[in-house]
Design a protein around this ligand. Structure first.
Ligand code: TXA
Ligand code: MG
Length: 318
C-alpha cells in the first residue's frame, strides 16, 4: 500500500566516485539520499520534484511541513531560484560556500517545488562547502532540498551511523564521508536593506555577519512582544475561507478532493498520501486563484504523511 511506511534496505557506502554516481542516480529517480554537509548530514532530494520532496517528509515522519533549505552547487544555480538583493550579494561573497542560509524571494519562474518552501513566496538557500554535498548537487544537476537526516523529533546526525540508527529501513542510501565538522545546523538569516534578521543561530555568528556587511543583526527572539517561538513561524494561508473535512462538494466552493469522488482538483484520486502531499500547495494556490468564493477540502486520513498535510491545512484554515 502506498501510504504504509515501507521497510526498505538502507545501503551505507563510503563516499567515492562510484557511490557518488549511485547517489546521483537515485536523486534523479526522485529518491531521498543521506549526504554529509559541513554542518550535519542532510536528507537530500531533487528540489524541483514535488513527489521527491514529499518523500523527504514521509521518510522523516515529520508531523508538519516546515519549509526546507535548498542547497546549490554554485552562485549561478542560486540566481536561477531567488532574487538577490545587494545585502544578499554581500553575504554570499563573505560566507559562501559555508554554513549560512539566506531566506530570499522566489523568482516568478523558480523551478523549486512549492512543497519545499511550504507554499511560501520565499526560499531558504545555501551553498554548502562540503565536497560530498557539492559533488552530489553537480552530478544530479538539480538543487537539492535537504533537512537534517534524522527522524522527526530526533537529534541532528553528524555521522553516517547516526543517520542509519534514525532512518535505517526508511531511506535507500547513505553516502558516508565521516563525521561532519561544524556539528550544528547552518545559521539562517533574512537579509533586508536596513538590517539582517537572525532566524536561526548557527556557526556563522551575528558578530561575523555584522563585520562583513556593516548592518545590524536583529534577533527576533530577543525583541519585545514575541514570547512564544511559534510566533516566529510563517506559513502559507489562502485569502479565501477554507473549510476542512468536507465530505461532499459545496455549491460555489472549490472542492479539493482526496480519493474517489467529484471535485475541482484531486490531491490523489487513488488515496495516496505521498502524492497528496506533493500536490498540496500547488492545489491550494490554484483554488485561491480560482473564481470560487471559498475552498473546501475532503477529509485526509490522520496517519503517516497525512498528519503533516492536516497540520498545514489546519494552519491555512486558522
Ligand atoms: O545545516 C543545515 O542547514 C542543514 C544541512 C542539511 O544543510 N539543514 C537543515 O535544514 O537544518 P532543516 O530543514 O532542518 O531546517 C530548515 C529551517 C527550518 O527551521 C525552517 O523553518 C527554515 O529553515 N526555513 C526554511 N525555509 C524558510 C523560509 N522560506 N522562511 C523562513 N524560514 C525558513
Ligand atoms: Mg532538523
Amino acid at each position: 500500500m502506498p501510504h504504509r511506511a515501507r521497510t526498505i534496505e538502507t545501503q551505507i557506502r563510503a563516499y567515492d566516485g562510484a557511490s557518488l554516481i549511485e547517489a546521483a542516480t537515485l536523486i534523479r529517480a526522485g529518491e531521498p539520499v543521506a549526504v554529509p554537509t559541513e554542518t550535519v548530514y542532510g536528507l537530500a532530494a531533487d528540489a524541483t520534484k514535488e513527489t521527491a520532496v514529499a518523500r523527504i517528509y514521509a521518510a522523516k515522519g515529520r508531523p508538519s511541513f516546515n519549509p526546507l533549505i535548498v542547497h546549490v552547487a554554485d552562485l549561478e544555480m542560486a540566481r536561477r531560484l531567488v532574487a538577490f538583493s545587494s545585502a544578499a550579494e554581500t553575504l554570499a561573497r563573505a560566507f559562501w560556500p559555508g554554513a549560512l542560509t539566506m531566506v530570499l524571494p522566489r523568482l516568478p519562474d523558480c523551478p523549486v517545488a512549492e512543497l519545499a518552501s511550504a507554499g511560501l513566496p520565499t526560499l531558504a538557500v545555501r551553498l554548502p562547502s562540503h565536497p560530498a554535498m557539492r559533488s552530489l548537487i553537480a552530478a544530479a544537476g538539480v538543487p537539492l532540498a535537504a533537512p537534517s537526516a534524522n527522524a522527526s523529533g530526533g537529534i541532528s546526525p553528524t555521522r553516517a551511523s547516526h543517520v542509519l540508527a534514525s532512518l535505517g529501513g526508511r531511506i535507500p542510501f547513505i553516502l558516508d564521508a565521516g563525521p561532519t565538522s561544524d556539528g550544528v545546523e547552518s545559521t539562517i538569516v533574512r537579509p533586508d536593506a536596513a538590517a539582517i534578521t537572525l532566524l536561526r543561530p548557527g556557526p556563522i555568528t551575528p558578530a561575523m555577519i555584522e563585520a562583513a556587511i556593516g548592518l545590524p543583526v536583529v534577533d527576533p527572539r530577543q525583541a519585545e512582544g514575541i514570547t512564544a517561538p511559534g510566533q516566529l513561524e510563517s506559513h502559507y494561508a489562502p485569502s479565501k475561507p477554507l473549510t476542512l473535512n468536507a465530505d461532499v462538494p459545496v455549491e460555489g466552493r472549490f472542492h479539493i478532493g482526496f480519493g474517489p469522488g467529484p471535485c475541482q482538483r484531486n490531491l490523489s484520486a487513488t488515496g495516496d498520501l505521498v502524492e497528496a502531499a506533493a500536490n498540496l500547495f500547488a492545489t491550494l494556490h490554484e483554488a485561491d486563484a480560482s473564481s470560487f468564493s471559498g475552498i473546501t477540502v475532503a477529509p485526509i486520513p490522520e496517519r503517516d504523511i497525512g498528519i503533516a498535510i492536516n497540520d498545514r491545512l489546519r494552519r491555512a484554515a486558522a
